[in-house]
Ligand binder design. Structure first.
Ligand code: HEC
Ligand code: HEC
Ligand code: HEC
Ligand code: HEC
Ligand code: HEC
Ligand code: HEC
Ligand code: HEC
Ligand code: HEC
Ligand code: HEC
Ligand code: HEC
Ligand code: HEC
Length: 309
């Protein structure tokens, strides 16, 4: 951020100088009027070395120089460099140490010496190339040394997701889905930001908790590989399998207390009754009626003795 004058700045500077010259001329005219001795202005010292009467002598005070000045604290630097101070405070991360830790020399910039580069700290004063030689242009991505945790989503970063998160890239490629065609940065609009599904999708049912979609059912980088735990909310299944859901919900059978996902451990999987029930009937009966549902009819609402109904 080398200080530079833009065109407007240049124009203002020229106007300013013109105005200053004008003022100086007026001042000069005044002194001509009042200084009857001649053109040369008054000098504080007369020829014999004594002070001209009327000039105030500034007394010496060596005591003022007895102590070595203390280096300014970060807060003191921040009194003038407020924006930089606040950048470090909020997004400085592990750069939140002493300003002078980086700025060994400061307030020495002179445009005429063109010494900005020479003064400014360099990343490689302290760092090597942490992401490898292909990512040696630190500034391309870390564009503010005072706010290093704020990674911009610029082209350099967007182009490089795959280098650092190759596993996610691989996963999306290996399990083709509609998400494979969505750019990383469409979902991760800021570096490190984890999007909510509802930025792009409607819920299965009103009031569904979006925060758990990915962890409960759809691993987001392979959304077609649906997998869920045995206790996942049956209400979600009901959003698409409504008839079964309602029948199951109202069933007087003990199966109404068995969660959908406890039987259907994977989406589409049909369980065998024997996974949970040891043989309850005689072999003779089962030889004659090999399928349990011939008699029990519907696993979601098997007929049961209903006393009192
Ligand atoms: C981790 C190192 C580091 C720390 C700590 C640091 N700076 Fe800097 N600072 C830099 C670098 C690198 C630049 C060079 C920017 C450039 O080349 O444009 C810079 C540039 C500057 C500039 C001039 C450019 C501008 O943006 O105005 C000022 C002023 C400045 N720093 C003030 C501070 C102050 C005040 C602190 C402490 C509150 C501080 N810095 C802490 C690394 C640091
Ligand atoms: C009294 C106000 C004031 C204080 C205190 C102050 N600065 Fe500055 N600083 C300035 C001004 C004014 C400039 C020049 C204009 C600019 O770049 O904003 C400047 C420029 C700078 C620059 C860039 C140009 C150069 O010559 O180095 C750095 C780096 C810097 N300051 C760091 C610091 C640090 C670090 C501290 C604390 C140790 C600090 N400043 C304290 C006012 C201050
Ligand atoms: C005076 C030394 C110094 C300079 C100069 C410096 N750094 Fe650092 N930087 C550090 C230290 C120390 C850490 C903390 C390292 C650690 O904890 O392992 C750090 C950490 C970082 C981090 C991680 C921040 C975080 O909180 O996650 C980034 C990114 C970084 N530096 C980038 C840069 C870049 C880019 C530059 C050049 C513009 C730079 N640094 C200049 C000393 C420096
Ligand atoms: C293509 C973009 C890119 C380039 C180029 C780049 N970085 Fe980074 N860097 C990142 C991202 C993104 C992170 C992760 C930030 C986070 O932790 O959220 C990071 C993290 C870091 C960290 C913290 C790592 C850690 O494990 O804690 C340091 C230190 C760092 N970078 C230093 C540098 C330095 C020094 C350079 C130049 C030699 C550089 N980076 C070049 C994008 C880049
Ligand atoms: C230079 C390497 C680098 C680049 C380039 C990079 N990242 Fe990262 N990313 C990191 C590091 C390091 C972390 C911190 C990991 C941690 O904290 O466990 C991180 C963290 C993340 C996180 C948050 C992880 C979490 O658990 O919260 C997401 C999301 C992410 N990156 C996505 C991206 C995307 C999308 C891109 C491209 C736009 C990208 N990254 C570019 C290195 C990088
Ligand atoms: C359709 C949106 C979407 C796309 C496309 C996407 N992500 Fe993600 N990503 C997410 C969501 C949502 C999470 C949080 C997952 C969770 O909460 O379990 C996440 C988590 C992450 C994480 C951190 C969590 C972890 O498991 O380590 C990283 C790193 C990441 N994504 C990188 C990428 C990269 C790199 C790409 C592109 C190759 C990408 N993502 C593409 C939505 C997406
Ligand atoms: C940035 C937008 C975006 C975000 C965020 C997003 N998706 Fe998608 N997703 C899409 C697009 C685009 C499609 C394809 C069109 C469609 O089906 O709506 C899609 C399709 C899907 C599909 C169908 C996959 C296929 O191949 O048929 C599932 C499942 C899915 N998303 C789940 C999720 C989940 C779960 C989350 C949150 C963790 C999420 N998405 C976040 C954009 C997004
Ligand atoms: C977003 C809608 C949707 C949700 C939510 C959903 N399903 Fe499905 N399910 C379907 C569709 C569509 C089919 C049939 C097509 C297919 O899977 O290929 C199906 C098929 C099934 C099948 C197999 C049907 C057969 O004929 O073999 C079972 C079992 C099933 N789902 C159970 C569940 C369970 C249990 C849940 C909750 C954990 C659930 N579903 C959540 C849409 C959904
Ligand atoms: C006690 C175990 C069990 C429970 C609990 C259960 N199912 Fe089933 N489900 C089955 C069995 C067994 C079949 C196969 C029925 C057949 O072969 O006719 C089946 C079939 C299905 C089918 C496909 C057949 C059809 O009729 O369309 C869907 C869809 C389904 N179940 C959804 C659900 C949902 C949604 C829930 C929760 C509301 C649920 N199931 C609860 C065992 C169960
Ligand atoms: C995931 C385990 C599981 C599967 C698979 C399963 N059941 Fe059940 N079933 C149960 C549980 C748990 C009970 C309640 C047992 C108790 O409380 O004594 C039950 C009870 C029953 C009852 C008694 C109902 C009542 O309300 O008294 C019948 C009949 C029954 N199951 C038939 C079947 C049939 C037929 C199948 C296969 C189509 C099947 N079950 C599959 C877990 C399962
Ligand atoms: C010929 C008809 C028939 C067939 C086939 C049949 N059952 Fe039954 N089952 C019944 C009858 C009748 C009852 C007693 C109902 C009652 O007491 O309410 C019963 C009761 C049950 C019970 C409840 C036992 C208890 O102690 O509460 C279970 C569990 C059960 N059957 C599972 C199965 C399974 C698993 C199969 C397939 C391997 C199967 N049944 C095949 C007729 C049948």
């Amino acid at each position: 951020m080398r200080p530079q004058l833009d065109n407007l700045g240049k124009l203002l500077a020229v106007l300013g100088m013109a105005a200053a010259l004008l003022l100086m001329n007026i001042g000069f005219a005044f002194s001509l009027d009042t200084n009857i001795q001649g053109d040369a202005g008054p000098s504080p010292v007369v020829e014999n070395g004594a002070w001209q009467p009327g000039f105030k002598i500034i007394p010496t005070d060596a005591g003022m120089y007895a102590k070595a000045p203390k280096p300014l604290t970060n807060v003191q630097c921040g009194q003038c460099h407020t924006e930089i101070y606040h950048d470090l405070k909020s997004d400085g991360g592990r750069h939140r140490f002493s300003c002078q830790g980086c700025h060994k020399r400061l307030h020495e910039y002179r445009p005429l010496k063109n010494n900005w580069q020479e003064l400014m700290p360099k990343c490689n004063d302290c760092h090597t190339v942490p992401h490898g030689k292909n990512m040696a242009d630190c500034w391309a991505c870390h564009n503010n040394p005072h706010a290093v945790t704020r990674i911009p989503m610029n082209e350099a970063v967007v182009r490089s997701c795959n280098f650092c998160h190759g596993d996610k890239f691989e996963e999306l490629r290996k399990f083709p889905s509609a998400h494979t065609k969505v750019a990383c940065s469409k979902c991760h609009t800021k570096h490190g930001f984890l999007p909510n599904c509802n930025a792009c999708h409607k819920s299965h049912y009103a009031g569904e908790n979006f925060a758990t979609c990915a962890s409960e059912c759809h691993p987001v980088h392979r959304p077609r590989e649906i997998s869920y735990k045995r206790d996942v909310n049956a209400r979600t299944c009901g959003a698409c399998h409504e008839k079964i859901y309602v029948r199951w919900l109202k069933s007087p059978s003990k199966h109404a207390a068995v969660n959908c996902a406890a039987c259907h451990g994977k989406h589409g999987y049909i369980p065998a009754c024997s996974e949970c029930h040891p043989q309850p009937h005689s072999k003779k009966l089962l030889d004659k009626f090999p399928k349990c549902l011939i008699c029990h009819l519907d696993p979601h609402d098997p007929p049961v003795k209903q006393r009192g109904r």
